[in-house]
Write a protein that binds this ligand. Structure first.
Ligand code: 0L1
Ligand code: MG
Length: 234
């Protein structure tokens, strides 16, 4: 008998070696595998993320459902800091909007970057498989927290690599309004007994498709009215 799916995924991430699809049967089972995978890492959970909240992202990977995953302290990279891409298999980066949670609600908002790194070869997976793989979560960068502007549903978003704009989008791409992603995430995670805690980061989703991340580049997300989040890949 082979290793349990959570162990297979954990070893793939640790060994930086892509695996074949697991073809797990269902979504509920997949969220159980995700919980086991994060428990295996022994990393402190500091937030949650939404995945596939935009048409661009759904089209990029051929999955048509919003999903959620767990963020851990080990995934956090300081704004303006460096990230070692040698930790990953085939990382991609995308511009996001993050919320800070207080009393089960949104307290603040920030520009953010997410680095995703599917543990499946060629980023090819089924819906249950990507859920089990903690929605490809690998690292995140949070820019300065600010007051929530009333038009957070329609802010321009840029992704820059070495100062060149490589993706253009709007926060409207995130389920029409990133606050909707927060509501959806709270409801979906609640089904699995997870409630956002005070101080948690909530990544609402990407405003554009993700782009491959290579060592040596400087990446910046620019979100109108919110500012920037940046990282250097080394
Ligand atoms: O954060 C995301 O939208 C990624 C979800 C998982 C799909 C992928 O790996 O692109
Ligand atoms: Mg994302």
């Amino acid at each position: 008998m082979g290793s349990p799916p959570a162990v297979v995924l954990y070893e793939a991430a640790r060994g930086r070696k892509a695996i074949a699809q697991l073809n797990l049967a269902g979504v509920d089972e997949a969220y159980e595998v995700q919980a086991e995978l994060v428990a295996l890492s022994q990393e402190r959970v500091v937030g949650m993320k939404m995945g596939l909240t935009s048409r661009a992202k759904m089209a990029q990977v051929g999955v048509n459902e919003v999903i959620w995953g767990r963020l851990t302290e080990a995934m956090r990279v300081a704004d303006g800091g460096e990230v070692d891409v040698g930790r990953f298999i085939h990382p991609r980066v995308e511009p996001e909007v993050a919320f800070l949670v207080k009393d089960g609600a949104i307290e603040r908002v920030a520009p953010a970057l997410e680095i995703i790194d599917s543990r499946y070869a060629d980023f090819k997976f089924t819906l249950p498989d990507v859920i089990a793989d903690n929605t490809s979560a690998a690292a995140f960068v949070i820019g300065p927290w600010c007051e929530l502007p009333s038009d957070v549903d329609n802010l321009g978003v840029l992704l820059e690599i070495d100062g060149r704009v490589v993706q253009v989008g709007s926060t409207a791409a995130i389920l029409g309004d990133p606050r909707r992603a927060f509501e959806a995430g709270v409801a979906l995670a609640g089904r699995h007994g997870v409630r956002p805690q005070d101080g948690w980061v909530f990544l609402a989703g990407a405003a554009t498709a993700a782009v491959p991340l290579q060592a040596g580049v400087h990446v910046r997300a620019v979100v109108e009215k919110l500012g920037t989040a940046a990282v250097r890949a080394c």
